[in-house]
Ligand binder design. Structure first.
Ligand SMILES: Cc1cc2nc3c(=O)[nH]c(=O)nc-3n(C[C@H](O)[C@H](O)[C@H](O)COP(=O)(O)OP(=O)(O)OC[C@H]3O[C@@H](n4cnc5c(N)ncnc54)[C@H](O)[C@@H]3O)c2cc1C
Length: 262
């Protein structure tokens, strides 16, 4: 967790960084980009992975938690009307005081519902941030669904131009594909779920299973998708590919049929 610069602690607690919605745009039919504005230090600290606090849409008066010096969140007693969810800053621009977060509009979970209803002037808050846990490597495997496209877009943008590898990107269909900048040696392969529900397709697992391990040890795999999918891919990469812990980061971004966190 990274408290924003200059955070003031009172009795060992500091307020969360409250951000204001300044724009809402639809990137694809199921992905909504919410641009949030705040102080430059708060925006610089809001990513790449963000512990985002979203007010419940049916609660007009959220009570924000506070943050301890060790980064832990201290929730108010009783009902507070706030949900904590993990998201990714697709773009952070501290000079402009803006951060973009792309929300998959998947249903009525607190975060998806908040994004669906978001309008300029609405508030959310950041309660901490973390890295994408990437490691530099000459050959990269990136695999994910719509929820990890913001992270994958950042990993692709940050990869040196000489990087080779493949990005396996599962989306519902061609209308959900996004334009991603990438080194020329990284193949972008879009996989279309069609009528299969999110979290129920084996496209990503099958696509990784069909890949041969690249030679040498200068390899890193980054995977973010539904939890069961990630577990299967992780097992394949550790077993068949023999990747060590430092050579992969595979994390469940959401869990079919289960709400995340608080
Ligand atoms: C590190 C990290 C970064 C993430 N970054 C992003 C991001 O940038 N953009 C983004 O959209 N998501 C991102 N996610 C995923 C996001 O946190 C989850 O989708 C989260 O569950 C959404 O919260 P919610 O309140 O809308 O739904 P919840 O209350 O958590 O869940 C309600 C129901 O919705 C289902 N559900 C949750 N997500 C999906 C989905 N994508 N498709 C279908 N059903 C779903 C659950 O299974 C559950 O049944 C990230 C997750 C992690 C761990």
């Amino acid at each position: 967790m990274t408290p924003s610069d200059g955070a003031v602690f009172t009795d060992g607690l500091r307020p969360v960084d409250v951000l204001t919605v300044v724009a809402v745009t639809d990137v694809t039919p199921s992905v909504r980009r919410v641009t949030l504005s705040g102080a430059p230090a708060a925006i610089a600290a809001a990513g790449p992975t963000v512990n985002l606090l979203v007010p419940r849409v049916d609660d007009p008066e959220p009570i924000w938690p506070q943050i301890q010096r060790d980064g832990r969140i201290v929730w108010p007693q009783g009902s507070h009307g706030v949900a904590l969810r993990s998201y990714t800053a697709r773009r952070q621009d501290p000079a402009a005081g803006e951060v973009d977060i792309d929300f998959v509009l998947h249903g009525d979970g607190p975060a998806a519902a908040w994004a669906a209803a978001a309008r300029p002037g609405a508030l959310s808050a950041v309660a901490g941030a973390a890295s994408l846990a990437e490691r530099p490597a000459g050959w990269l495997l990136l695999a994910g669904d719509e929820t990890s496209l913001p992270a994958i877009s950042r990993l692709l943008a940050a990869a040196p131009a000489t990087t080779t590898g493949i990005a396996l990107l599962e989306v519902a269909g061609p209308e959900e594909e996004q334009s991603l900048g990438a080194p020329p040696g990284i193949e972008l392969r879009w996989l279309h779920r069609g009528g299969t529900a999110p979290g129920e397709s084996t496209l990503l697992v099958d696509a990784v299973a069909a890949l041969e391990r690249p030679p040498g040890d200068d390899v890193f795999a980054w995977v973010g998708a539904e939890s069961a999918t990630v577990r299967a891919i992780r097992a394949d990469l550790r077993g068949r590919w023999g990747l060590g812990r430092a050579q992969h980061h595979a994390i469940g971004y959401w869990r079919l049929g289960r709400a995340m966190g608080a």
